[in-house]
Design a protein around this ligand. Sequence first.
Ligand code: ADP
Length: 386
Amino acid sequence: MKEIFSNPSFKLGVLGGGQLGKMMLAETRRYDIYTVVMDPAADAPSRLASNEFVCGSLMDYNTVLDFGRGLDVLTIEIEHVNVDALEVLEGEGVKVFPQPRALRIIQNKAVQKQFYKDHQLPTSDFFTFENAEELHEGLKKGNWKPPFVWKAATGGYDGFGVNIVRTEEDIQNLPNQAGLVEAFVPFEKEIAVIVARNENGEVVSYPVVEMEFHPTANQVEYVLCPAHISPEAAEKAKELAEKTIAAYDLVGLLAVEMFLAKDGNIYINEVAPRTHNSGHLTIESNFTSQFEQHVRAVTNMPLGSTDLRIPAVMANLVGDKGYSGPVKYEGYRDLLAMRGVYIHLYGKSSTRPFRKMGHVTATHTDRAEARAAAEKAKDAIRVQSR
Ligand code: ADP
């Protein structure tokens, strides 16, 4: 095994150069690990902290293949990448984590959902279809009545590609594409657990977080840690997350999004095989951040402690409504004076309404105080255009 630290001949490649990559690169810089990053945008947030930056398409077979050759370890910060190329690279001896076969399952929501059923992992009832005709047949056959949830198999993120079907009229407006229909879960809370696994099979998981959604944008507004749920529910969520990473036999990080239903049951919603928005607060609130953990997991280093140092609440900073173009931040001076509040800007040059531009994390021994501080900070800072 090559030396990993301070050895430019050990190369860690990353597909995708957005904010997740940027925050991970803070850790590779700290460890002095040589990184090579590829992203289609020349001004991607990761361009500055990487050792080498390549501009290229993540979905193009030859581009990904050329990029991956000569790397020791190749990882991702986005799952929409060319998996065929990753499989070839894996066959040629590049360590690709998360593994391409897991990515293939996760990339398609219908296949992912079927995976949980096949592995007896609890998830809401569903059926899959290839087009609108099959969708309507399936609805009739299964006697499905609103409310239920329609999801596109591919192409959706951050709530796009998801339709909560509430009326008969909503059914008529569903798009004609492959996807799945699943039972609506009347949930108490949306929760998530990030779990990490290295090649040696060591597994650690983070404390459960809960999400609070923006009332209209269908986007996570706050992430709170620890989740205010019973110790039994927290234990169940942790066990489910650890079972899920084992079922995928995945090396790297897995963010497992779950519903805590009103009846006390926990159902998997979906997973992301990488660092995740629900883990941003680990930078300040846990002994090892998710970004450091991801680097450790994919390079087969011992995993770090996930214990909570201090409760925290993270608020996403998104582009203000009515502003598009080169970004300008206002109102952050007051925020910098707040104790235990941390600002993260992703380095995206232009804003648009609801685009994720950064986040703030507020820490406090009392979670309610952290929640109040996060809201105050988020309201103080304005993401506008010049
Ligand atoms: P995305 O990949 O776009 O984040 P999700 O599958 O997480 O999509 O769905 C987005 C949101 O829609 C969830 O966070 C949740 O609020 C709601 N949702 C999705 N599936 C269900 C379900 N089966 N029951 C109730 N709400 C759901």
